[in-house]
Design a protein around this ligand. Structure first.
Ligand code: COA
Length: 149
């Protein structure tokens, strides 16, 4: 994408990502991104950079248990780089990677309050379901997303 280079993630990207996530989300989310995601899923995760450094990233993986399924755990674009298609480009690149691995469906989840995420996923062709009550335990409702590849 113009102005941004996209590459596969490396385990040592973790330290840069964990330093920006709370700021990029506008709330505390560091607990949702433990180091294991970069250590074990860097092959299917993506980093975007521009002249100012990391401009966006996607953490996702193919399911080790369901050969048809892939899952996107985290996506974020630096606030000043939003609304010009970088999030969509990261998703498209992830779809290519997991399609090549034989995956047929991609899923993700978000909080019912994250209207940006809901609109973003709807724009990218995901089916939006929920809020699903008690999805992650009592009182923890979530929105689920699903898109065929
Ligand atoms: C969600 C996020 C990754 C979108 O990244 P982005 O680069 O701005 O998105 P894009 O420019 O590629 O937009 C893709 C589509 O989503 C829609 N979209 C993006 N941001 C939107 C917003 N704030 N409100 C409504 N729709 C939005 C766009 O309209 C676009 O649709 P279109 O192509 O049909 O016009 C970014 O806003 C972000 O990092 N948010 C904070 C972190 C977060 O909430 N992540 C998701 C939950 S895990």
């Amino acid at each position: 994408m113009a102005g941004h280079e996209i590459r596969r993630a490396r385990p040592d990207d973790y330290d840069d990502l964990i330093g920006v996530v709370d700021n990029w989300w506008g709330r505390t989310v560091v607990h949702n991104l433990p180091r294991l995601f970069l250590d074990h899923f860097h092959r299917t995760s993506l980093i975007a950079t521009d002249e100012d450094g990391i401009s966006g990233f996607l953490v996702g993986f193919g399911s080790p248990s369901d050969a048809d399924a892939a899952y996107i755990h985290f996506v974020a674009v630096r606030p000043d780089a939003r609304k010009v298609g970088l999030g969509r480009t990261l998703y498209d690149e992830f779809f290519e990677i997991v399609r090549a691995d034989g995956r047929k469906v991609v899923t993700a989840i978000t909080s019912p309050a994250n209207f940006t995420s809901i609109d973003f996923h709807r724009s990218l062709g995901f089916t939006v379901t929920g809020p699903v009550a008690d999805y992650n335990g009592p009182g923890r409702s979530l929105i689920t997303f699903e898109r065929k590849l």
